[in-house]
Design a protein around this ligand. Structure first.
Ligand SMILES: NC(=O)c1ccc[n+]([C@@H]2O[C@H](COP(=O)([O-])OP(=O)(O)OC[C@H]3O[C@@H](n4cnc5c(N)ncnc54)[C@H](OP(=O)(O)O)[C@@H]3O)[C@@H](O)[C@H]2O)c1
Length: 312
């Protein structure tokens, strides 16, 4: 094992039961794990939900895939100062990407990249309808679609969100609260062609519109269901347009990037995209680990616009 000096105990958040925010207990005396065969111990610098950017402080016995003490890696982690993880699941972050940006980018960025390249093969010139275009995933999609040479049409609910989606690459943004004629607007914008791809996280309330705006041979990708699962669609209507439907099971992040080799492949693509396209990664705020309850309350209370980070 090769290690820098490591304390025996650490700060972290413990949860002994399921429940509300009260079950999140901040502790200062949790044991620091000792890396086992094939593992590295990482000091978590920035903790985003699900993913972490941190520095390797100890390499365990066995194969650690050439990782060395001092390397900065991205990996799955939690609310704690240190995490021991299998080296095969830690990805070496390029030095051009700052640690807070790497942590903030991983969940929504990996997801958006995998949608554009795995769920659908978006091509230059494609019209793409992006629901919730000013949401976390939506802003990523607009930027990445624009970088691919596609033409994103965003959907959002307020003037502020429309501005945000436009600044992040949407060619057009439709306010679905004011313009009740979404199908007609999309027809006008695409000159009757319809959109090649629909990215839908709204579900039930937009199912019918999605089928009406998608072009012949187009694809509807459903990856969320904030208003309920998509309503049933007449197979005849889909068949008439030869529409491909990608459901939430097929588009899910963990299905597409969950395995170690897949994680590595998509992280490489994500960081390459961030560097080449100067992607604007929105960070709402960075909370101290001690304030974990406030961070979770803000997130659940829809008070955030961008990733929240926690610093250990
Ligand atoms: N399958 C996967 O692996 C995966 C991965 C990542 C995310 N997701 C899902 O994708 C969805 C979007 O994620 P996100 O991170 O982009 O979320 P987000 O930043 O919270 O954005 C969600 C947006 O949905 C819109 N919306 C429309 N109707 C809504 C309603 N009835 N209630 C709440 N919001 C409504 C809002 O925008 P407007 O005000 O403009 O309408 C809101 O900003 C979520 O459902 C999430 O679970 C799935």
């Amino acid at each position: 094992m090769t290690c820098v000096p490591i304390p025996k105990t650490m700060k972290g958040v413990q949860m002994k039961n399921t429940g509300g925010h009260e079950v999140l207990q901040y502790k200062t005396d949790l044991p620091v794990a000792v890396p086992r065969d094939g593992e590295v111990l990482v000091k978590n610098d920035f903790i985003a939900i699900k993913y972490v950017d941190g520095t390797v402080v100890c390499t365990g016995p066995g194969s650690v895939y050439d990782l060395k003490v001092g390397n900065r890696v991205a990996m799955g982690g939690g609310y704690a100062e240190y995490t021991a993880v299998p080296a095969s699941t830690a990805y070496l972050v390029p030095s051009d990407v700052k640690p807070d940006i790497a942590a903030a980018a991983l969940l929504q960025g990996l997801f958006a990249v995998s949608l554009n390249h795995k769920s659908v093969q978006v091509k230059e010139g494609d019209w793409v309808l992006v629901h919730a275009a000013a949401g976390g995933v939506g802003l990523w999609l607009c930027q990445l679609l624009k970088a691919l040479g596609a033409k994103p049409i965003g959907i959002a609910s307020t003037a502020e969100k429309i501005k945000l989606a436009t600044e992040n690459g949407a060619d057009y943004v439709i306010n679905y609260k004011e313009e009740k004629v979404l199908v007609k607007r999309v027809e006008e914008i695409t000159r009757g062609q319809g959109v090649n791809v629909v990215y839908d996280c709204i579900g039930k309330n937009q199912t019918e519109n999605n089928v009406n705006v998608v072009a012949k041979d187009g694809t509807i990708v459903t990856y969320g269901a904030v208003t309920g699962f998509p309503a049933s669609i007449s197979p005849a209507k889909l068949a008439a347009k030869k529409v491909r439907f990608v459901g939430p099971g097929e588009s899910a992040l963990m299905r597409n990037v969950g395995g170690p080799r897949e994680f590595e492949k998509w992280c490489a693509k994500l960081f390459d995209t961030i560097i080449k396209n100067k992607v604007n990664v929105r960070i709402h705020d960075t909370y101290p680990l001690l304030e974990i309850v406030r961070a979770n309350k803000d997130l659940e209370g829809w008070k955030t616009t961008g990733k929240i980070l926690v610093k250990s």
